[in-house]
Design a protein around this ligand. Structure first.
Ligand SMILES: NC(=O)c1ccc[n+]([C@@H]2O[C@H](COP(=O)([O-])OP(=O)(O)OC[C@H]3O[C@@H](n4cnc5c(N)ncnc54)[C@H](OP(=O)(O)O)[C@@H]3O)[C@@H](O)[C@H]2O)c1
Length: 311
């Protein structure tokens, strides 16, 4: 059984240039590092990489909780401790890797208050550690339309994208649209209450599943030609709240009354996401399979929707 390593904090310094040269001159498969490999998206990326035929031995899985990755370590992957708030852990965590996926830090629900306050600086620390360790290509999970998106969430992603551009190594930005989980939660609520208030001018949002984000990331990590590129990772269609209601009604047989909000009521609705209407074919282009539609997602959640009837 391969041990799960909590890496040494006194790892000997090796020349980044030497490491870069050794990776460039070899014809072996690249070693891929996944940061945040215990998270929801990180875990899906690991599975997608394996499904694409990446050998366990070519994976370095980094997490604050590497013990959760033991099943991969048993198969030959390297599972290492790495925490962006402990910079000394990162250099050793990334040692020997050629490509790195940085999963953006989660600010909501993160037990460490520093993460929300210092996200950009912490992500910069990770980029610097990767460059120092000889990583040649960094892929980052950003936010849709990061350059122009007026959502406050985009600010940090914009800054990290700028850091990547200045890092001196190849980079790719995967600008993920809002996750589609939200649709399932909305549909469940509609089925339970039989009614939904909608924004009369909702243009729809191209929600994307985590699974599709993971498949796109795995494609970028395992194929060539993605250096210094940005991909908008969106669902395949614009989905309005009224579309979710129609699908939920069809799938469950429950009548759902769709009510246009009055100008006064609009304030009580969730904000229409800025850049929600950005629509791209990147998921299909990168993965060779179409992105998941709202119908597919809700049909797959049929049992949960049926259970919400009359709740
Ligand atoms: N597009 C959207 O709708 C949307 C929604 C929510 C979040 N996001 C963003 O997308 C990211 C991935 O989403 P998710 O659903 O997988 O979130 P998640 O399950 O909450 O995962 C959080 C991720 O952040 C990593 N992380 C947290 N603190 C860290 C630290 N101190 N050092 C290193 N890594 C740390 C975790 O790694 P370990 O636990 O393995 O250490 C994990 O990969 C989130 O972190 C957030 O930035 C996007």
């Amino acid at each position: 059984m391969m041990p799960v390593a909590r890496t040494s904090r006194t790892f000997a310094f090796a020349s980044a240039a030497m490491l870069a040269v050794s990776a460039c001159t070899s014809d072996r498969a690249p070693t891929i590092i996944v940061s945040g490999a215990s998270g929801q998206l990180g875990g899906l990326v690991v599975e997608e990489l394996l499904a694409r035929g990446v050998e366990h031995a070519d994976l370095i899985l980094v997490s604050r909780t590497p013990e959760e990755l033991e099943r991969y370590a048993e198969m030959g992957a390297s599972a290492r401790f790495g925490d962006f708030t402990e910079p000394e852990s990162l250099r050793a965590a990334y040692e020997g890797g050629d490509k790195l996926l940085i999963i953006s830090l989660n600010t909501r629900g993160n037990p460490n208050p520093r993460v929300a306050a210092e996200r950009v600086a912490l992500q910069r620390t990770a980029i610097e550690a990767a460059v120092a360790a000889g990583v040649q290509h960094i892929v980052y999970t950003s936010f849709v339309d990061a350059e122009n998106n007026t959502s406050p969430i985009a600010v940090d992603h914009r800054a990290t994208e700028a850091d990547l551009r200045e890092s001196g190594v190849a980079w790719t930005s995967l600008r993920n649209q809002w996750y589609a989980d939200r649709i399932i939660g909305e549909a469940t609520q509609m089925v339970a209450t039989g009614r939904v208030l909608v924004h009369p001018n909702d243009p729809g949002t191209a929600f994307v599943t985590r699974e599709d984000c993971a498949a796109a990331a795995a494609a970028v990590l395992t194929t060539t030609g993605h250096e210094n590129r940005v991909y908008e990772i969106t669902g395949p269609e614009l989905v309005r709240t009224r579309d979710v209601a129609a699908l939920a009604a069809e799938i469950t047989g429950v009548d759902i009354e769709v009510v246009d909000a009055t100008p006064d009521e609009i304030a009580s609705l969730p904000e229409i996401p800025p850049s929600g209407t950005v629509l791209s074919t990147a998921v299909a282009d990168l993965t060779g399979r179409p992105g998941t539609t709202a119908r597919q997602l809700l049909e797959a959640s049929r049992d949960a929707l049926m259970a919400a009837r009359g709740r």
